[in-house]
Design a protein around this ligand. Structure first.
Ligand code: MN
Length: 253
C-alpha cells in the first residue's frame, strides 16, 4: 500500500513525525509531501499568484512552498511516479471539529485527495491549553490512530467523501473509545482578536484560537471529544443543502 503523508503544520512539525510512525504500521511505501512552512488556517486555498518551489529533504520526503492543497497537487502530479492508495493528513496540532473544518488546511489536504479520487483521512490531536507550541502531547493519537485507521482501509468510502478524525486531549489510557459522529457546530460566536503594537509602532491584529463551546446533547464530533472519545466523522464535498433547493427554485420560477 502506497501512502502519501501531508499536513498543514509544515514539513518540520512534530505531528508529521507522529503521522509517519502511525503510517509505518501499515506500509513502508510512504511518501511525504508537506508545506515548507506552517499553513494552519489555509483552508482549501490554492496558490495561483506566484510559483511554488519543491524541495527534496530525503528519500520520498519533499516540501512545497505553498498550501496543503498545493502540496497534495504537487505530490499527485509531479512528485509521485504512481498514485497513492491512501492519503493521511496530520496529525494536526489542535482540533479540527465542527464548523472549523473549512478553515482547516489539514482537512483540506484530505479534500484535495478526495477530489483526485483517493481515499483520504484527516487526523488532529485536540489539546486543552493555548500557547503550548511544539509541546502539544500526541499521546492519544499515537496510541489510537492505527486502531481507528485499520477498519477504514477496507471500508468502502462513498464517492466524494473523506473521513475526519480527532483525538481527545487526554492520556491514551483515559481515552474511552471511538465514536462515529456527525460534524458539530458552535453554539456561540467565538474567537479572539488580539490587538497590539509592533516594534515599529504600527497597530496589528492577530486572530487567536478558541475553546470548544457547545451545549452538550448534539451527538457531534465536538461532544465526542468533550466526552473523551476519538471522533470519526465522514464528510462530503457536496455542500448543497438539498432541502433548500426546491424552496429557492420556487423564488425564481
Ligand atoms: Mn495546523
Amino acid at each position: 500500500m502506497r501512502i502519501l503523508l501531508t499536513n498543514d503544520d509544515g514539513i518540520h512539525a512534530p505531528g508529521l513525525d507522529v503521522l509517519e510512525a502511525i503510517a509505518r504500521q501499515f506500509s513502508d511505501d510512504l511518501w511525504i509531501v508537506a508545506p515548507s512552512e506552517e499553513q494552519s488556517g489555509a483552508g482549501h486555498s490554492l496558490t495561483l499568484s506566484r510559483p511554488v518551489r519543491l524541495r527534496e529533504h530525503g528519500p520520498r520526503r519533499f516540501s512545497v512552498s505553498g498550501t496543503p492543497t498545493d502540496a497534495v497537487m504537487m505530490a499527485l502530479r509531479t512528485v509521485m511516479p504512481e498514485q497513492p492508495d491512501l492519503i493521511l493528513s496530520g496529525v494536526n496540532r489542535g482540533a479540527n471539529l465542527g464548523d472549523d473544518v473549512t478553515y482547516s488546511g489539514t482537512v483540506s489536504a484530505a479534500i484535495e485527495g478526495t477530489l483526485a479520487g483517493i481515499r483520504s483521512i484527516a487526523m488532529s490531536q485536540v489539546y486543552e491549553k493555548e500557547g503550548m507550541g511544539d509541546t502539544v502531547p500526541f499521546a492519544a493519537a499515537e496510541a489510537w490512530a492505527a486502531r481507528v485507521i485499520r477498519p477504514l482501509l477496507d471500508t468502502p468510502f462513498a464517492p466524494r467523501t473523506l473521513v475526519n478524525i480527532n483525538f481527545p486531549p487526554r492520556p491514551a489510557s483515559e481515552v474511552k473509545g471511538i465514536r462515529v459522529v456527525r460534524q458539530g457546530f458552535h453554539d456561540y460566536a467565538r474567537g479572539s482578536v488580539v490587538e497590539g503594537t509592533d516594534p515599529r509602532g504600527y497597530r496589528y491584529f492577530w486572530f487567536g484560537l478558541h475553546g470548544i463551546e457547545q451545549t452538550p446533547g448534539h451527538a457531534t464530533d465536538l461532544e465526542a471529544i468533550q466526552d473523551g472519545y476519538v471522533s470519526v466523522t465522514p464528510l462530503q464535498l457536496d455542500l448543497t443543502h438539498d432541502a433548500s433547493l426546491a424552496a429557492l427554485a420556487g423564488r425564481f420560477a
